[in-house]
Design a protein around this ligand. Structure first.
Ligand code: GLU
Length: 512
């Protein structure tokens, strides 16, 4: 029997979840479901100095909104928890001590001043990347250089210390990334990273691999920015005796700014004029805020579809996928190696596609609610007709009510530019003819009959209908462009159309 696939999304609650993080969560989710496995959410909150209140709730709400549900998480049940790292503190210390005992880690007592002095010394000696490593550690205060008795004494007397990994001097670390292929790193380029901090909390590196092991994670799918950490993780798996059950790695390509110039960062949202966060964010401490896709009118399924394509493709030209279809089509093999440009126009295109496929009755609710805010009470019937009329012409649901206002509010003024160009004796003749015909019209008033009567009116005046169409629109709607005019007429009804044309005829003077 093959092993059950178990993947995890492991955000840190250090602020709002970046849209790139949402893509990572989505790929994990799709892969888990495709493989019939489990998708786990783990909160990596060991860095207390970067903890931001409200960030965990934000992550939860964002993923809920997008329908990226976890099988196991801090908010659901699960057998391999705790799913919040701060609740597993004691475990990490135990493994760190095990590493010390096996000779793969050591206690380090250096003060911040001593560390700074080391950096200055190395910089003065023209060392490009001054770091605590297999060479410099020999000159520092740690359990490799101090006599055993002193180490013991310092530990017992509560001297502050960290535990660092002891990176071997001459070794090649190899790992096969499912997206990038073989990655080979020489240990001479790695530093002796801190595993346990002086506050008794583990660093990301130790906590991450301990949790992945204890949670039975089979595949680590995460952003490319974590690739440089992967060799250290491979070493830690080996040192803890977990090499055989080490997860496979898949590092996702970066999300780039729209011009391809660098990584799409958390600060880019303001600069580029579109959100980089899934939902609105407000920092509970300093009140800083950032806009989200949800509040701007993006539909969750559309955003999900868009995000799935930022780095992955199905291998053919299909672009519209429901969540189930994405699961069916998804594979890690079809994730590209190079960074993907974030194209907001494409996100809008997806929204338009999803919006026009939504039920008119559902969209009617948006219109009714937005109209109510402006003091208009719309019937379900009118709002449904308005949705059908306008849903292919807008990008966001909140644009539906403004686009539908012409069905509710008769024009009080008329676009002057259009009037000066299009309002003339021909238009006046045809409109007069049209309202007189409509006055006698008894049959069903619908887009077809509305058009037939207009054509008949133009013909009676021996004027080409095309020449007066914009003036007709101007008379009934006040502007020169808008939705299908005959459908507008049909929704307004014959009497309202006559009333509006009469008003226009009385207001607009001929410029002809
Ligand atoms: N806590 C890390 C983050 O915030 C997780 C990286 C990983 O998936 O290993 O991105």
């Amino acid at each position: 029997m093959t092993q059950e696939v178990r993947v995890r999304f492991a955000p840190s609650p250090t602020g709002p979840l970046h849209i790139g993080g949402v893509r990572t969560a989505l790929y994990n989710y799709l892969f888990a479901h495709k493989m019939g496995g489990k998708f786990i959410i783990r909160i990596e909150d060991t860095d207390q100095s970067r903890f931001v209140p409200g960030a965990e709730d934000y992550i939860r709400e964002s993923l809920d909104w997008l329908g990226i549900q976890a099988d196991e998480s801090p908010w659901t049940s699960g057998e391999v928890g705790p799913y919040r790292q701060s609740e597993r503190k004691a475990d990490y210390m135990q493994y760190a001590v095990e590493l010390v005992e096996k000779g793969h880690a050591y206690y380090a007592f250096d003060t911040p001043e001593e560390l700074e002095a080391m950096r200055e010394r190395l910089t003065a000696a023209r060392v490009v990347q001054p770091q605590y490593n297999n060479i410099t550690r020999t000159q520092m205060k740690n359990s490799l250089t101090l006599p055993a008795g002193e180490v013991q004494r310092r530990l017992e007397s509560g001297d502050p210390y960290v535990i660092r990994v002891k990176i071997p001097r001459q070794e090649e670390v190899r790992l096969k990334d499912l997206i990038r292929g073989w990655v080979v790193v020489h240990t001479s380029t790695l530093d002796d990273k801190v595993l346990m901090k002086s506050d008794g909390m583990p660093t990301y590196h130790l906590a991450n691999i301990v949790d992945d092991h204890l949670m039975g994670i089979t595949h680590v799918i995460r952003g490319e920015e974590w690739l440089p950490s992967a060799p250290l993780h491979v070493l830690l798996y080996k040192y803890l005796g977990w090499k055989d059950s080490m997860p496979e790695f898949a590092h996702l390509p970066l999300l780039l700014k729209p011009d391809g110039n660098g990584k799409l960062s958390k600060r880019d949202g303001d600069k580029l004029g579109f959100p980089v966060f899934p939902i609105d964010w407000e920092n509970q401490k300093d009140g800083a805020s950032a806009p989200g896709f949800r509040e701007q009118g993006y539909l969750p399924d559309a955003l999900l579809n868009f995000l799935a394509f930022l780095g992955w493709n199905p291998g053919d030209d299909r672009e519209l996928f429901t969540k189930d279809e994405l699961i069916e089509a998804f594979s890690l093999e079809r994730i590209g190696k190079s960074g993907t440009k974030f194209d907001i126009e494409k996100a809008k295109w997806y929204n338009e596609q999803y919006l026009k496929n939504m039920d008119n009755e559902v969209l009617a609710e948006f219109i009714i609610a937005d109209a109510a805010k402006d003091g208009f009470e719309l019937s379900k019937e009118l709002a449904t007709a308005a949705a059908a009329l306008n849903k292919e012409r807008v990008t966001f649901p909140q644009e539906l009510w403004p686009a539908s206002k012409l069905l509710v509010i008769a024009p009080q003024s008329f676009d002057e530019k259009i009037a000066s160009k299009r309002w003339n004796q021909d238009a006046i003749k045809v409109l007069n003819q049209y309202i007189s015909r409509l006055g006698d019209f008894e049959a069903g008033f619908n887009p077809e009959s509305a058009k037939e009567e207009l054509a008949a009116a133009a013909e009676a005046e021996e004027i080409k209908m095309g020449k007066v169409m914009q003036a007709v629109r101007l008379a009934v709607t006040g502007s020169g462009a808008g939705p299908d005019l005959m459908r507008v007429f049909s929704i307004l009804g014959k009497d309202e159309v006559i009333k509006r044309i009469e008003f226009a005829l009385s207001e607009l003077t001929s410029i002809d």
